[in-house]
Design a protein around this ligand. Structure first.
Ligand SMILES: NC(=O)c1ccc[n+]([C@@H]2O[C@H](COP(=O)([O-])OP(=O)(O)OC[C@H]3O[C@@H](n4cnc5c(N)ncnc54)[C@H](OP(=O)(O)O)[C@@H]3O)[C@@H](O)[C@H]2O)c1
Length: 247
């Protein structure tokens, strides 16, 4: 099998650096984009990085939109700037990476887009409205793109991990600001309920296996917490669907 060329954001640590390491160890080429080299919220820098990658390796096979963070807090306490910044990184930067890479994938009539969403892309949670909204947006984009790009041989998969054992929650906690509205004092602003996080190696291995599949799934939940959370949410949704609410 020929070596794949990966382009991966959020490669400075956590899941991104683990995936970059495992893909390289498997013999693939990895263009690992970190915040120090490229500001992914600047479309011109993203276009430059993608063009450099394509010029260096002649193609891009796998695009992983992984960079992301969680803005925590009650919705009423979040500033407009914090909400917009959350979407800039988790949604618009990912969209810009796709805008920059898709011409190469479409020309090649192949490629795999791997969107790192979250259990939070499938459920809601108090104190996480900005994050869940950004991941739901990423999922909506991805589901539509999966159908739009299928005729060109481009595959789209959404990875939905539960808690992962990375610095994610630490940086989430570091961004925590004291609440400004006393009514929300009891809110869990940093997701303290994460119990048995999945190791990043396990999530990265699942992604490596995913890109090997001849017919990869649209969605890949990873971790028993993700499976349980998604099942509970869909069960409630089906119950709503099947209940006769009006006379
Ligand atoms: N950890 C979890 O529990 C969990 C669960 C479900 C989904 N996820 C998702 O998994 C992905 C990777 O997260 P992780 O767990 O590996 O967390 P992490 O260790 O905090 O790594 C996040 C990566 O995203 C980058 N990033 C964050 N904010 C950025 C910004 N404003 N501009 C550019 N890059 C930025 C970070 O770069 P810097 O190092 O420069 O900050 C880092 O490379 C994220 O999309 C996250 O939403 C995580």
């Amino acid at each position: 099998m020929r070596r794949r060329v990966w382009l991966l954001t959020g490669a400075s640590g956590g899941l991104g650096s683990t995936l970059a390491r495992l893909a390289s160890a498997a013999g693939d080429e990895v263009v690992a984009i970190g915040r120090k080299s490229v500001d992914i919220t600047d479309p011109a820098q993203v276009r430059w990085a993608v063009a450099e990658a394509a010029a260096t390796f002649g193609r891009i096979d796998v695009v992983v939109n992984n960079a992301g963070y969680a803005a925590a807090g009650a919705f009423e306490e979040l500033s407009d700037a914090a909400l917009r910044e959350q979407f800039e990184v988790n949604f618009f930067a990912a969209a810009d990476v796709l805008r920059a890479t898709l011409p190469y994938l479409r020309a090649a009539r192949s490629g795999h887009i791997v969107q790192i969403s979250s259990l939070a892309g499938q459920i809601g949670a108090p104190g996480m409205s900005a994050y869940t909204a950004s991941k739901h947006a990423l999922e909506g984009l991805s589901v539509s793109l999966a159908e739009e790009l299928a005729p060109f041989g481009i595959r789209v998969s959404i990875v939905e991990p539960g808690a992962i054992n990375t610095g994610f929650r630490r940086s989430w906690a570091e961004r925590e600001r004291p609440g400004t509205i006393a009514d929300y004092d009891g809110l869990d602003r940093i997701g303290r309920d994460a119990r048995r996080p999945t190791e990043p190696e396990e999530v990265a291995a699942a992604i490596l296996a995913l890109v090997d599949l001849p017919e990869p799934p649209l969605r890949l939940p990873v971790g028993s917490d993700a499976a349980a959370g998604i099942r509970a949410a869909r069960t409630r949704q089906l119950a709503d669907l099947e209940t006769r609410w009006t006379a």
